[in-house]
Structures are given as C-alpha cells and as structure tokens.
Design a protein around this ligand. Structure first.
Ligand code: NG6
Ligand code: CA
Length: 509
C-alpha cells in the first residue's frame, strides 16, 4: 500500500511539474565540482589511509560517503608539474620550464589553450580558484610589476574568479592576490622582489637567525627576507601592509572558498580549492597549535581536515551536497623536513607519511606520486566504495569533458584520457599505463612499475628522500612488492625492454 502510494504520488508529481523533473535531471548531469588540492599530503597521512597517530574525521567522512582510491596519482612528485598536468592534460616533462617555479616566474600555461577551468566555463559553469597558484604570472620573460594589475594569471586560463598567492608560502612575495591585483597594497609602499640578490634593508634569516620564530633547517636555504618571523626563499621589500600572517592563511582561503560557493549556489560552479596545508612553513592558526602531539606538521594536518569539514558543512547548509561532486587529493607525496626546523622528523614517532610506499616528495618511487584521492557524489558514487583503478589527475580534463559532453581535440589535452567511469568509482581498471615523474620518469602498467636509468643522486640527505634514481633499470612487481624493495629487472629483461620501448614511444609522441 505504502509503495503504491509512493508511485502514485510520484506519478502525479511528474504530471504536474514536468519542468521540475527535467531541471533535476539537468542538475544531475551538471554537478557542482569542488576539487580540494592539498599540498604535500602523503598516502599514509590520513586515518582513512591507515594513519593511526593522527585522526582526520572529516576526510574519513568523505571516504565513507564516497569512494576511496588506492592507486591514484599526481603526475609528478612536485607541485608545479602536477598542477600543469592537471590544468592542461599534457605531461609536464614535455615542456621546458615546468619544474618548481620561483615566486616571480611568468605564467607557464599558454593562454590560448583549453584548460580544466576553461572546459567548465565552456560548459556553462562559473569557475573559481582559491589558494596556492604556483603556475607563474604575467607574460613570458617579463618582469612582474607587483604594483600594477598583473597581465596574465588564473583569470586568463579559465578562472572567472581567483584569490590566491603567487607561488608557495616559503617564497616571496608573501602576499595574497585577488584576480590581477595584490590585496591591501599601500601605493606608498611598493613591492619589489628579487631572487638573485638582496634588496631593501630588512633583515634576512641568514643575517639574523635570532629574529626567527621558525628557524630554517641547516643548508636548506629558506634564509632570505624574514616575513612574520619566518625566513623565505627570495628577497622582497615594501608591501608591508599587504603581507600575510601565516597563521591566517588557511582561514583566509577557507573564507574565500565559502563565499565563492555561496555566491554561486544557484548555478553550476567549479571550485579549485588549492590548500596551502601541509606545505612548509607549517604554521597553523592558534586553534590547532599543539593539538596533534606530532608537532606543527601534525597540527596542519588537523587544520586541513577541519577545513574540509567546513566545506562539507557549507554544502550541507546550502543543500548542495547532493548536487556536488567533491574530490580531495594531493599534488605530490610527503616530506618531513622540507626546509624548516619544525621537528617533523623527531615528532613523527612511528607515523609513516607515505604509508607502506617507498620514497616521497621528489621521488620516482610510488611515495612520490601515489596520493590520497577521495570522491563523493551522492547517488552517483556508491558510498563506501574502494577502488584500485589506476587513475591520474592528468585525466580529469578529458573525463570532465566526457561528463559534460564537451568536445576535445587531440591537441587540447594530448596525454589526458577519458576515465570518467574510474573517477566515479565504477568497477573498471582505469588506465592501461601511466608515465610518472620523479626526478626521472617511470612507467606503470598493470602491476609492473618500471623506472628508467638515471644519473641523478639516489638519496637526498637534506630531505631524507630516496629519489628512485639508479644507473641501472629498475622493475618492480607492485602486486607482490608494493614497497618497491626488490628490483626484478635482471630476471625480466624482456619486460624491461618492452616497458622502455613504450616509455620512449610515449615520450616521442
Ligand atoms: C624546494 C624547496 C622546498 C619547497 C619545494 C617546492 C629548497 C631547498 N627547497 O626547492 O622547501 O618549497 O621547492 O614544493 O629550496 S612544492 O610542493 O611547491 O613543489
Ligand atoms: Ca606540493
């Protein structure tokens, strides 16, 4: 009787309000999309990925209500190239100048190219970028004048709205930008930036270590201009009122992300929410200082998790949860000491930031690029799904093109493939093969991982990174040896040959 009543009522409803049903269907096809891109978060840093010394309840909620990916990758083991791949669908190692950028670099994405956000624009979305940028600003080889509107940046590559900082929080200029302009700049105190030589007469970390609240690790640099008691990479003068307070960065970005969601609640939107956490310098807001018992690195993990929770709450409050695909991932693997003496190494006490993977940030081993990846879209992605499909952020462009029925030509996104079923956690295998970039290149295919020979150093003592570099070819059977401990290249010469050939073919394509 109850069931009959339900059908009867639904039928009456459809007859009476066909437009509403159509509208609902449209909404299902065009979900809001929020991509939360954390910085340097490792495969083992979240409790839903096995961390036990730290708890990330909000990210765990995302995993429970959506899908958890166990074989998802950033394209590279550092920030700029991973973001370049995400935005363009092109392997970054095909292009010169896509390595970690200084804070005064020019924009590396050509403004006439289709990008992830411009694809959303073409599909009728409002697009927003909030957070870390690190893809350069202004025209090629042109020095940036920070005191005037910057000619090209996020707005020229597909974002209707952008609130961001130029590079990383350890690089000058330490200011926020909104669209083309530095926020809160006093015209009587113009900004100058130099990466080669000291400018101005403000103290540097090298000259005045006693002024630092967060000392630099020995030999890492991070000892140029001091801003907010922290030595940075690069020199700056001026812009005193515009400089950020590190403790506020997370809150400021969250606030801007929430406003963007609120302002766009009535239309489909794409939000690229690119967190500063958990990159160095790790300097959480007071609310999180000392909370993790694992030092500042643990504290910023808690702050990041809380931030995600606030976004989930906002979606619930605005009744947008059902119509929003929310994805969380990281731009590269983890590192403990990345330049500041924040005791991350000493206080890890058994916490394994890359879980059981070898390597981390900067590495061609799995720890460099295999990262947490969570996706929730109620009623489309089955809650609690776990998938080991091979996916990479570089495929988001083609996959969203397919979801939104946007045409792509090969040149648009040459290395991006439609993996929408994999991203929606359907029972599929994902990619056949994938090239990954540490210092050197690696190819993954099924359970096999091949790392091509390289002359680079095998171990970076400053960051404690096993880079994956070796003069000899390396082959690992990840099915049996996820930790890449046993190189089986010598026993599988033919496999090595085939994989090197495939890698060369992709490289030359
Ligand atoms: C490195 C920095 C490191 C970090 C990284 C970029 C030194 C010695 N180390 O060059 O601290 O800023 O660049 O990180 O300068 S990323 O996540 O943006 O790729
Ligand atoms: Ca990073």
């Amino acid at each position: 009787m109850k069931i009959f009543k339900f059908f009867f009522l639904s039928f009456t409803f459809i007859l009476a309000f066909p437009g509403v049903v159509l509208f609902a269907q449209k909404k299902a096809q065009k979900p809001n999309v929020i991509f939360i891109y954390a910085d340097d978060v490792g495969y083992g840093d979240l409790s839903c990925y096995g961390a036990t010394r730290i708890s990330t309840p909000n990210l765990d909620r995302l995993a429970k209500e959506g899908a958890r990916f166990t074989n998802a990758h950033a394209s590279s083991a550092t920030c700029t190239p991973s973001r370049y791949a995400l935005m363009t669908g092109e392997y970054p190692w095909r292009r010169k100048g896509t390595g970690v950028l200084p804070g005064d670099a020019s924009l590396i994405i050509p403004t006439d190219r289709l990008t992830l956000p411009s694809l959303f624009q073409n599909a009728g979305y409002k697009t927003g970028a909030v957070g870390k940028w690190h893809l350069g600003l202004g025209k090629t080889n042109k020095q940036i004048n920070w005191n005037k509107p910057v000619s090209t940046g996020p707005n020229e590559v597909g974002f209707d709205y952008a609130f961001y900082f130029p590079a990383t929080s350890d690089r000058v200029p330490t200011v926020f930008m909104e669209n083309h302009e530095v926020v809160g700049l006093d015209p009587d105190d113009p900004i100058e930036v130099d990466y080669a030589k000291k400018i101005g007469n403000e103290p540097t970390g090298a000259e005045h270590p006693e002024l630092l609240k967060l000392p630099a690790s020995p030999n890492h640099g991070h000892n140029n201009t001091i801003v907010n008691g922290i030595g940075r990479i690069g020199f700056m003068k001026g812009g005193k009122q515009a400089r950020w307070t590190d403790e506020e960065i997370g809150l400021v970005f969250l606030n801007k992300a929430e406003s963007f969601i609120e302002e766009n609640k009535a239309n489909p939107f794409f939000l690229y929410f690119s967190l500063n956490d958990i990159h160095v310098p790790r300097m959480p807001s007071t609310q999180f200082k000392g909370k993790s018992g694992m030092g500042l690195r643990g504290d910023v993990i808690l702050q990041m998790d809380w931030t995600v929770g606030e976004i989930l709450k906002k979606l619930d409050d605005l009744k947008l949860t059902e119509h929003t695909l929310i994805i969380f991932s990281s731009d590269n693997g983890p590192v403990l000491d990345d330049g500041y003496a924040d005791k991350a190494v000493e206080l890890a006490k058994g916490h394994k930031p890359a879980g059981s993977l070898r390597g981390g940030k900067y590495s061609a081993f799995e720890g460099g690029t295999r990262v947490p990846f969570l996706a929730r879209w109620p009623r489309v992605i089955k809650a609690g799904t776990e998938t080991d499909a091979l996916v990479c952020q570089i495929d988001m462009l083609s996959s969203f093109a397919a979801l939104l029925q946007q045409k792509l030509s090969f040149e648009d996104a040459p290395d991006s493939f439609n993996q929408i079923d994999a991203f929606l956690a359907k029972p599929v295998k994902g990619r056949e093969s994938l090239v990954l970039q540490g210092g050197t290149l690696a190819l993954k295919k099924g359970n096999w991982k091949y790392i091509e020979p390289s002359d680079g150093i095998a171990y970076m003592p400053l960051t404690g990174t096993e880079t994956g570099n070796d003069k000899k070819p390396q082959l690992y059977d990840l099915g049996k040896d996820l930790g890449e401990k046993s190189n089986v290249a010598a026993q599988n010469r033919n496999k090595v040959k085939l994989m090197q050939e495939e890698l060369d073919k992709i490289r030359e394509a």
